[in-house]
Design a binder for this molecule. Structure first.
Ligand code: SF4
Length: 301
């Protein structure tokens, strides 16, 4: 019995330039949902997450009929958003939407191959908010030539990803100049402040939410809870090693040195460097620590 379920849908309209996820542009998704149904364990689940790819390329109704969860998230592409789909998802027990927007700049969106303008994405998100209170968007920082001002669309959650030049992506083959690390970090700092002013606190390295709207599925994964992944390209984390709980350092929950006495000295070292704060036995990243979290985690591993 596992509490957290991830279902991957590896289908897209077309390949975005920056993407190296296991997804493909296809005309038919026939048989895929039936295959997922055959692998589903019985629920209920605490969290279910439909990610992609673009889940709505499939008819999700057979899955909605049999799945239920306290938090049930579906990722949406702005071009998928219709009243019919939103009503279907809400009626099927979905209660959280994550919409990939990626940029507020029309030139960048065209360059990325996203297929919509910022205004179209905004309209799609307004529609999502008519059906779902718990809705958020994803943005990318560091795409070549990208410039935009943060827009307040009333999102409860925002994931802010630094562009990673994936060797297998279209972008990597284009040989374009990317902004430097310092420029990207400055931009993230600036956006973090603007998001805080909108009431979204940073609760994980790349994730911001109005308090109470944090993604419970992702928090469960970072806390080291087991999760089952189904679908092409999905990974599972079952019988996870207690050391995987150290990923909670990525989050506002921090890491409790009483649970991991073997790491106490290292955590105290980084506290002295100003990269961690301490409250009782719990260590948490400072804003500067957030920027070098991977190095701290590598040191603990
Ligand atoms: S970024 Fe998302 S929509 Fe674009 S190709 Fe990758 S998985 Fe598909």
């Amino acid at each position: 019995m596992v509490d957290n379920l991830y279902v991957h849908f590896p289908f897209c309209r077309r390949k975005c330039t920056y993407c190296a996820l296991p997804s493909r542009a296809v005309n038919t998704t026939a048989g895929y949902v039936e295959g997922i149904l055959r692998q589903l364990p019985s629920g209920p689940f605490k969290t279910v997450y439909f990610g992609g790819g673009t889940p709505a390329r499939c008819d999700l109704r057979p899955l909605l009929k049999v799945l239920s969860a306290d938090e049930f998230t579906v990722e949406l592409h702005p071009l998928d958003v219709t009243r019919e789909l939103l009503a279907q998802l809400r009626g099927g027990g979905v209660n959280r939407i994550s919409m990939g927007v990626q940029s507020f700049n029309d030139d960048t969106l065209r360059d990325m191959g996203r297929g919509y303008t910022a205004a179209q994405a905004h309209r799609a998100f307004d529609l999502v908010r008519e059906y779902f209170d718990n809705a958020g968007i994803d943005l990318i920082v560091g795409y070549p030539g990208d410039h935009w001002e943060l827009e307040d669309w009333g999102y409860r959650h925002l994931s802010l990803y630094s562009l990673i030049l994936e060797p297998k992506s279209i972008l990597a083959r284009q040989n374009r100049e990317l902004p430097g690390d310092d420029e990207v970090l400055d931009r993230i700092r600036e956006l973090a402040q603007e998001l805080a002013a909108l009431g979204l606190r940073r609760y994980e390295i790349s994730s911001y939410a109005v308090p109470g709207y944090e993604c419970r599925h992702n928090l469960a994964v970072w806390r080291g809870e087991d999760y089952l992944g189904i679908g092409d390209g999905a990974e599972s984390g079952l019988n996870r090693d207690r050391r995987e709980k150290m990923l909670s350092l990525r989050t506002y929950l921090g890491l409790d040195a009483d649970e991991f006495p073997e790491w106490r000295a290292t955590l105290e070292f980084y506290q002295r460097q100003g990269l961690l704060t301490r409250e009782g036995s719990v260590f948490r990243l400072t804003p500067r620590g957030t920027e070098v979290c991977d190095a701290i985690l590598a040191d603990l591993a």
